[in-house]
Write a protein that binds this ligand. Structure first.
Ligand SMILES: NC(=O)c1ccc[n+]([C@@H]2O[C@H](COP(=O)([O-])OP(=O)(O)OC[C@H]3O[C@@H](n4cnc5c(N)ncnc54)[C@H](OP(=O)(O)O)[C@@H]3O)[C@@H](O)[C@H]2O)c1
Length: 259
């Protein structure tokens, strides 16, 4: 059970993109650690509701909200929806952990990447993380934590990921600046950088394409591609009480890719 800073009160995590993949796994791992969850989806409401039911089956409380992290104009209304959910479900005004996880992939060479694709990745991964965090900050408890999702692709380069990886590089820099500025409120901010994981991401390439899967396994020290729970458990762990002094770090969760 994760220790609570306030006696008797469970902690609450807000996870963007909790309807499937890594966000879903993180939501379930946090619930198993005694954390309640607000999760978001952009279109997959059935998936989000299924995760809510799984969390409730573990005896925790959960709420699903709709959010497009690529559309910052909607963030004020989303913050109001979060406030309303906190009041209705928890009789609280704030939550404890923000996990900026929602995202999409793109495979396109540098020469072929269009401005529209670049803007889409910028809005979802970088601008979304920046301004959603800014908008939600008044709703995060002092002593809370933030985890931003990056990628192994910021450490090693693979053709076809220049725009995506550059946005994630921005997220990693932002993490250090947030840690610096939010330390005064006791808020720790870290990056989790997954390696190649078997989810729907990038058309399910790592999971569904046997050649890609074998290639990833071949350059991973632990000898296989990652599974969602490899990352969900790491996110829950970095938000656990035992990791409260970890701050401003990039933690790669890749089984040792390309070491
Ligand atoms: N899988 C990998 O190999 C890998 C590796 C490194 C980093 N990452 C990063 O890990 C994070 C999660 O990836 P994943 O593998 O779990 O992906 P996934 O299985 O494709 O799931 C994506 C999640 O993000 C949500 N989402 C997508 N676009 C959104 C938008 N515009 N606004 C709000 N939510 C949106 C989806 O909601 P709906 O279900 O409603 O569509 C879904 O919950 C991403 O930031 C990704 O860049 C993944």
């Amino acid at each position: 059970m994760t220790a609570s800073p306030r006696s008797g009160a469970s902690r609450i995590a807000l996870i963007t993109g909790g309807s499937r993949g890594l966000g879903r796994s993180a939501a379930l791992a946090l619930a198993a650690d005694g954390v309640d969850v607000i999760l978001t989806c952009v279109s997959n409401e059935a998936g989000a509701q299924a995760v809510v039911s799984e969390i409730e089956a573990k005896g925790r409380r959960a709420v699903a909200l709709r959010l497009d992290v690529g559309d910052s104009k909607t963030f004020p209304a989303f913050a109001e929806a979060v406030k309303a959910a906190l009041a209705a479900t928890w009789q609280r005004e704030r939550f404890d952990f923000l996990v900026n996880n929602a995202g999409v992939g793109l495979h396109a060479s540098f020469e072929e990447t269009t401005e529209a694709q670049f803007d889409m990745l910028f809005n979802i991964h970088f601008k979304g993380t920046y301004f959603l965090t800014q908008k939600l900050l008044p709703l995060i408890n002092d002593g809370g934590r933030i985890v931003n999702l990056s990628s192994g692709l910021t450490r090693f380069a693979m053709a076809g990921a220049s725009a995506y990886a550059a946005m994630k590089g921005g997220v990693e820099t932002l993490t250090r600046y947030l840690a610096k500025e939010l330390g005064a409120r006791g808020i720790a901010v870290n990056t989790i950088a997954p390696g190649a994981i078997e989810t729907d991401f990038s058309g399910g390439m790592v999971r569904d394409n046997p050649q890609v899967n074998a290639m990833v396994a071949g350059f991973t020290a632990l000898g296989r591609a990652g599974l969602p729970d490899d990352v969900g458990g790491a996110i829950a762990s970095v938000l656990g009480e035992g990791n409260r002094w970890v701050n401003a770090q990039r933690i790669e969760v890749s089984g040792g890719m390309l070491v």
